[in-house]
Design a protein around this ligand. Structure first.
Ligand code: SF4
Ligand code: MG
Length: 324
């Protein structure tokens, strides 16, 4: 089976004092083995919550309140906490914006890599060290034997993120979920980390879910993108199609705001307004207060995500176009 991951109608609810609020609703997508999907949207769109849901890492007051996640054919919601932990450690790896969330500052890189390896496999210290060196080489860290003896603070931010990626490779995962992995880094280093992820997905046939607010960064790596807004997927399709001809007004706004397009459009267009908070998502299309094309129906009716030739859009406007 080519399908690695299938998320079906995912819903995540937060029980807050003021009531229950859906942070993610009706989110469905799938990923083939070795496939690369980008989840894009501003902060608060529900991208990270979607990513965490895949590995069942939603903690109270949040909970997965609907839908299911099938990974390698198994329904993850039906697994015991122990089985889930082993999937998290072996089959799915997670990379965060801050490498120090993963790295222990008081251990050398080699110590933590060897510890991680030996927690999963019974191999000798020497074999574990050899494996650690091999993985550091794979993420292009120069002189890995020497670097193994150093502490995280002796590395630059970009090198630390490479080490985190090397650690995530130790168990040969089938899927990496990377949440803003390059956001804290400068642009050149960002591009290098993206290139590395792309290279590893291809050489190891690893699936990638790349979560970022930066549509430009995601488009460098992902084959498909899902654009999220206020807990919903508003547009999804092949990266190339979305970048060339975005159909949702929000996606169009994100693209217009990319620095690379400045020359073409004359200026940097920011989408006016802000993403609504969890407790004040407006009725109808959640984007309507910021949308220049909003009509009456947009204020009352949530547009369904409708797919046409593998390119799905949730907007009343494009639906009319499709019918015309
Ligand atoms: Fe704008 Fe209406 Fe489309 Fe929402 S449904 S994006 S408000 S036109
Ligand atoms: Mg986030």
């Amino acid at each position: 089976d080519q399908t690695l991951l299938k998320v079906e109608d995912l819903e995540v609810t937060f029980a807050l004092r003021a009531g229950d609020y859906q942070a993610v609703k009706g989110v469905s997508f799938q990923l083939d083995r070795g496939g690369r999907l980008g989840l894009v949207g501003e902060s608060g769109a529900g991208k990270s919550i979607t990513g965490f849901s895949i590995i069942n890492l939603i903690s109270p007051p949040g909970r997965i309140s609907g839908g299911r996640v099938l990974f390698e054919g198994r329904d993850l919601s039906k697994l015991s906490p122990e089985a889930m932990r082993s999937i998290r450690g072996d089959r799915v790896a997670m990379i965060f914006q801050d490498p120090m969330m993963t790295l222990n500052p008081v251990l050398t890189v080699g110590q933590q890599m060897v510890e991680t390896i030996r927690a999963h496999r019974s191999i000798s210290q020497a074999e574990a060290e050899a494996l650690a060196v091999a993985k550091l080489a794979k993420v292009h860290i120069p002189s890995p034997e020497r670097r193994l003896r150093q502490y995280p603070h002796e590395f630059s931010g970009g090198m630390r993120q490479r080490i985190v990626i090397a650690i995530s490779l130790l168990a040969d995962p089938a899927l990496i979920i990377a949440d803003e992995p390059s956001t804290a880094l400068d642009v050149t280093i960002q591009a290098e980390i993206m290139e590395l992820l792309l290279e590893l997905c291809e050489s190891e046939r690893m699936g990638l879910i790349l979560i970022s607010h930066d549509l430009g960064v995601v488009s460098q790596v992902s084959q498909r993108m899902a654009i999220m807004y206020a807990g919903h997927i508003v547009e999804m399709g092949p990266t190339e199609a979305i970048v060339r001809a975005p159909r949702h007004p929000y996606t169009q706004g994100l693209l217009a705001a990319l620095p690379g397009l400045q020359s073409r459009r004359g200026r940097l267009n920011q989408i006016p307004g802000v993403m609504p908070g969890l407790t004040n998502i407006p009725p109808g299309c959640p984007f309507h207060p910021r949308c220049q094309s909003a009509k009456d129906v947009c204020r009352t009716e949530l547009p369904a995500l409708i797919s046409r030739r593998d390119h799905a859009v949730a907007c009343h406007l494009t639906r009319e176009e499709a019918q015309a």
